[in-house]
Design a protein around this ligand. Structure first.
Ligand SMILES: C[S@@+](CC[C@H](N)C(=O)[O-])C[C@H]1O[C@@H](n2cnc3c(N)ncnc32)[C@H](O)[C@@H]1O
Ligand code: SF4
Ligand code: SF4
Length: 315
């Protein structure tokens, strides 16, 4: 664990595994709390084998001062410019967020959207999670969740300056009902949507997991169709979706761009710790559908994955 008594930030973080104390990481995922007001069935954070223990009181977690000092030290040590604020539910710690977003140039707050959103200014992005129309969303995220989130999205006041993106995790369970969600979100004040795809644990045979990326193809095709139908509203890039199809998908996940460039900070007691990747310790890379992975891959370009001849131009 790093630290210093010479005026430098005291860094309470174990940077281990694939990650290095002298590495450069443009982006960081910060789990500001292991507390959450929901218990979603698909959630990778609360899987066994991940650092995710929550003390009885949220106040017993790493103190805000220590967390912010650690983040400042890590920012300076690793050259981090982008922060993805997560948890647990990050809006349970609004004061840490308000201070934390000042440490980084680019900030995204991913939230379950069950509490009214605070305006953090135009330079921050909210990602609000919804995982299907009411019955499917609530089967995954809990009874009543859908209506609370849609109500909050509908009540965003005029002049609210933080852009709001809704993100849906596509799973084997909801892949045929995505249009209904798009239609519902379009009636709210949310600005646009993206689709991420389920990241399974190793050996995952749950109803959300596809057996292979081949089996996932119809789901990717459906998002491509929705993007064509609602250009500008469904914002996955054309190239990122092309890269999700076989044989491209395995080329991307075999050289996962997020694994090298995004430092995941999970909360463990009074310090941060790094799991295998942003999605924790127990993952099946071959079936990973994380938005961040294919988005970064699309920015790196199709040529890198030997897919240039097989894909259309990026948008
Ligand atoms: C772990 S949550 C933390 C932030 C917040 N509590 C929320 O639900 O948005 C971050 C995002 O990961 C998504 N997610 C959870 N489990 C997933 C999985 N197994 N595969 C892909 N995405 C997942 C959630 O739906 C959410 O959009
Ligand atoms: S709200 Fe987010 S952190 Fe909480 S259980 Fe659901 S996906 Fe996981
Ligand atoms: S699970 Fe996904 S994000 Fe994690 S290392 Fe594998 S491919 Fe990358």
């Amino acid at each position: 664990m790093g630290g210093a008594a010479d005026g430098k930030a005291v860094i309470k973080a174990n940077i281990g595994g694939h990650y290095r104390e002298d590495g450069r990481y443009p982006a960081v995922v910060v789990n500001v709390t292991n507390h959450c007001n929901l218990t979603c069935q698909h959630c990778f954070i609360f899987r066994d084998g991940n650092p995710n223990e929550a003390p009885k009181s949220i106040r017993e977690e790493m103190s805000p001062e220590s967390m912010l000092e650690t983040l400042r030290g890590l920012r300076d040590r690793h050259g981090i410019s982008t922060a993805l604020w997560m948890g647990g539910e990050p809006l349970l710690k609004p004061k840490v967020l308000a201070e934390g977003i000042r440490l980084f140039s680019y900030n995204t707050i991913t939230t379950n959207g069950t509490v009214p959103l605070t305006d953090f200014g135009p330079d921050v992005l909210y990602v609000v999670s919804l995982d299907g129309p009411q019955d499917l969303n609530d089967a995954i995220r809990g009874e009543g969740c859908y209506h609370r989130v849609i109500r909050n999205l509908s009540n965003i006041p005029p002049g609210f300056s933080t852009p709001v993106q809704v993100q849906c995790v596509v799973t084997r369970r909801n892949q045929e009902r995505l249009q209904e969600l798009v239609d519902a979100v379009r009636t709210t004040q949310a600005n646009w949507m993206t689709f991420s795809f389920y990241v399974p644990r190793a050996g995952d045979t749950s109803e959300d997991a596809w057996a292979s990326v081949d089996e996932r193809v119809p789901a990717v095709r459906e998002v491509q169709r929705l993007k064509d139908e609602y250009p500008g509203f469904v914002r996955n890039s054309t190239l990122s979706l092309e890269l999700m199809l076989p044989p491209n998908a395995k080329r991307v996940t075999d050289a996962c761009p997020a694994h090298d460039s995004v430092l995941p900070l999970y909360l463990e007691g009074d310090h941060f710790t790094t799991p295998f990747c942003c999605y924790g310790n127990d993952v099946d890379c071959d079936r990973c559908g994380a938005w961040v992975v294919f988005h970064l891959a699309s920015l790196l370009g199709a040529e890198r994955y030997g897919a240039a001849g097989e894909t259309q131009a990026a948008t």
